[in-house]
Design a protein around this ligand. Structure first.
Ligand SMILES: *Cc1c(COP(=O)(O)O)cnc(C)c1O
Length: 332
């Protein structure tokens, strides 16, 4: 398993150069309320304010920027019902190449529309009877398209690592960094940046409790596959880590933590009410885990990656109603 050429921090630096002028340098926000609740300095890297609403733009744009002219001419194919689809469609449009996105026929209409709105050609499939990876591979083969997976690709990982790089460049070293974990592109990229720029910083991946395959994999030393977990954190409904992401995570991450869905909704409410931020459930994983451990974090400098903000407003209010406030409002 050591035959994979893993991306390094150099690749993250090169990705940052490719992204300059294309990706937003997202703001790092702080909250006096959070700092006093934690007794610590907490820095939020706001990738919900990235183009198309999530960090996924970074990895997609970096990967597509590296295509040769023949690859550009034929175009890219991706399978995703979520943020990766929009990230690929937008990046392809910006780079002037065709994009085909394979999505389940019951994907939210808003996501299909957003993907088409960015110029992507959408191919729908039946998630109960068809295999999207097979459809993607068939299209790639038939039309000479290049398949870009959502996380297990060196250029995707390097691109995702630029968010944490910006955070360290802006605020300096940290004692701990909390990162949302699905397939591990964001976490492995963040860990590459952290190890290079803040070697003493502890890096934690955070998953939904219902889908802790990453934690099981990290702790057992080999990739664990699970059924699609039932969680509101739809960006982390992955069934397993990737080969690249797992190796980097195993070598560079300090631990993988989990949080229950109800705590994600608490964080969504907090972000909206107190920080005026719309954050999707998956984007709350890092903050929820840090909050649950805040007594251990007193006096420290903490980074939290907010990964995305794409949630339909109807769904947002539904979640708040389904999960009434469970903790007293924090002191101002
Ligand atoms: C994709 C995604 C994640 C998980 O990222 P991985 O690189 O798959 O670990 C987390 N949050 C949001 C908003 C996402 O879109």
């Amino acid at each position: 398993m050591n035959s994979l050429a893993l991306p390094t921090f150099d690749d993250v630096v090169q990705a940052a150069t490719r992204l300059r002028g294309h990706a937003n340098v997202t703001p790092v926000l702080t909250s006096r309320t959070v700092d006093s609740e934690f007794g610590a300095s907490v820095f939020f890297k706001c990738e919900n304010l990235q183009r198309m609403g999530a960090f996924k733009f970074r990895g997609a744009f970096n990967a597509l920027s590296r295509f040769g002219s023949e690859q550009r001419h034929r175009g890219v194919v991706a399978f995703s019902s979520g943020n990766h689809a929009q990230a690929i469609a937008l990046s392809a449009r910006l780079l002037g190449m065709p994009a085909t996105i394979v999505m389940p026929h019951d994907a939210p209409a808003a996501k299909v529309a957003a993907t088409r709105g960015y110029g992507g050609k959408v191919v729908l499939y039946d998630r109960y009877t068809e295999d999207r990876e097979q459809i993607g591979r068939d299209l790639a083969q038939r039309d000479g398209l290049t398949l870009i997976p959502p996380y297990d690709h060196p250029d995707v990982i390097a691109g995702q690592g630029t968010a944490a790089k910006e955070l360290f460049d802006e605020v300096g070293s940290l004692d701990a960094l909390f990162v949302c974990l699905g397939g591990g592109g964001l976490l492995s990229g963040s860990a590459l940046s952290s190890r290079a720029l803040a070697p003493g910083c502890k890096v934690y991946g955070v998953e939904p409790q219902a889908g802790n395959d990453g934690q099981q994999s990290f702790r057992s030393g080999s990739i664990v596959h699970i059924d699609t977990p039932r969680t509101i954190a739809d960006g982390a409904q992955t069934q397993h880590l990737g080969h690249y992401t797992f190796q980097i995570i195993q070598r560079t991450v300090d631990d993988v933590l989990t949080v229950p869905d109800a705590e994600l909704v608490d964080c969504m409410r907090f972000f909206a009410a107190r920080m005026k931020l719309i954050v999707e459930p998956t984007g709350c994983l890092g903050f929820a885990a840090a909050r649950a451990r805040r007594s251990e974090l007193a006096g420290k400098r903490i980074g939290i990656l907010i990964s995305g903000g794409n949630i339909d407003l109807g769904r947002f209010s539904e979640l708040l109603e389904e999960h009434p406030e469970s903790r007293p409002a924090a002191a101002a």
